[in-house]
Write a new protein. Structure first.
Length: 290
């Protein structure tokens, strides 16, 4: 048991580092090369789609599914969330944009209460209140700046992420394998972002952009694989809690590589959102006994 926890924790820490590395690459590509979020999302999604498609052919598996429209709903919600996350990385400080993307735990709680009509346990209410407090703390500095619209747009990505995660849960309960869910999401994100990038304009492949493109695709792919493996071999609560290291690593990267300053209110907001995610990951007593 201890070995599994350590192994899962190690893989999740690697995943968090890779996700944070992808975030800083996206931010720098947008800032220095003026690449828009649509083409960045395209390169982020293309490699996983190709790798999973090739692996499927080699293993002689099938991409056919009886839950096609369920995949489409999940994929469109996930694609929208990805584009909004990349928008935030392009327009907001790194720690702020990543934290706003991780507010999905708050919206999952709200959707569970008002949409799914579930009666949440006490820990969900605690996580919800902590998450909402964190959002309020992070929004306050935005009201004093000219970035309120960008902040609200990025925050809306948390809503779409929540929808996507609820759809993933439904598809998983119906027996859909994780690789097929990831493939449909990657394929839809690739096609959608390609259309949007064509409309808004491509920067094109250059010697300057190629390292960023390869880096974003590779870090995104290996981060996804490391995270999936962490949940497979590790303890779910520990892995889910450690996933919030992405926020911490991104904040550190922002300070070191971009020279960003994080104010006291943003720090308290980030901590509140992280704690909300950790609390929401705590298993129920009955579930822990099983």
């Amino acid at each position: 048991m201890i070995k599994n926890i350590s192994l899962g924790s190690g893989w999740m820490i690697i995943a968090a580092l890779l996700f944070a590395s992808m975030n800083i690459l996206v931010k720098n590509a947008a800032a220095h090369l003026h690449m828009n979020e649509y083409e960045l999302a395209f390169w982020r999604s293309l490699l996983p789609a190709l790798v999973i498609f090739g692996t499927t052919l080699v293993r002689k598996q099938t991409l056919k599914t009886p839950f096609f429209w369920g995949h489409m709903q999940r994929s469109m919600a996930g694609t929208t969330a990805l584009l909004l996350a990349f928008f935030g990385l392009s327009h907001l400080p790194l720690a702020t944009s990543v934290t706003l993307n991780y507010t999905s735990v708050v919206f999952i709680a709200l959707l569970s209460i008002f949409w799914l009509k579930e009666k949440p346990p006490l820990k969900t209410w605690v996580a919800l209140l902590m998450g909402l407090a964190g959002i309020c703390l992070m929004l306050k500095p935005a009201f004093a700046t000219d970035r309120l619209i960008e902040t609200l747009i990025t925050l809306s990505g948390g809503i779409f992420t929540a929808f996507a995660l609820l759809q993933v849960r439904e598809l998983s309960l119906m027996g859909e394998p994780a690789w097929r869910i990831v493939f449909y999401f990657s394929a839809v994100a690739t096609i959608t972002s390609a259309i949007a990038a064509t409309w808004f304009g491509w920067r094109g492949l250059t010697s300057d952009s190629l390292p960023y493109i390869i880096g974003i695709g590779m870090t995104g792919l290996f981060a996804q694989l490391a995270m999936t493996h962490a949940y497979h071999v590790g303890q779910k609560f520990t892995v889910a809690a450690l996933s919030y290291l992405t926020v911490v690593f991104s904040a550190v990267y922002g300070v070191i590589f971009v020279g960003e300053h994080i104010g006291a209110l943003e720090i308290f907001g980030i901590v509140a959102v992280i704690l909300a995610g950790v609390v929401s990951s705590v298993p129920e007593k009955n579930a822990a006994k099983r």
